[in-house]
Write a protein that binds this ligand. Structure first.
Ligand SMILES: [Zn+2]
Length: 112
């Protein structure tokens, strides 16, 4: 647990239009393209008769795509990079691994 630095009213590191926001958007759009391509491959391979594993995989890809879209919306309204639950900025490392993360690790774990 890190020391709770005062962030009252402080914006996250991703003001809309800023360089970091642009970078995050590029990352998210790339993720989106990758997922869409994976989805297309799965759909093509299924040829109208998907098996259970393929359906589960597709569902998870669609879920991820929704998360990516939600993250892009947060970039637009300036809340990207902030934990949805506690409002603390997410550590950069977390966003590098999971650019569409909604919550910090602590809050995410509390939900499981
Ligand atoms: Zn949190």
């Amino acid at each position: 647990m890190t020391v709770n630095r005062a962030v009252n009213g402080a914006p996250g590191g991703y003001p809309p239009g800023g360089a970091q926001a642009r970078q995050a958007r590029e990352l998210l759009e790339e993720e989106r393209r990758t997922r869409l391509a994976q989805l297309a491959v799965l759909e093509h391979a299924d040829d109208g008769a998907p098996d259970e594993a393929s359906l589960a995989r597709r569902e998870s890809l669609q879920g991820t795509l929704e998360e990516i879209d939600a993250a892009l919306a947060r970039l637009d309204d300036g809340t990207y990079g902030l934990c949805e639950d506690c409002g603390e900025p997410l550590p950069e490392g977390r966003l590098e691994i999971l650019p569409y993360a909604r919550r910090c690790v602590q809050c995410q774990q509390r939900r499981r």
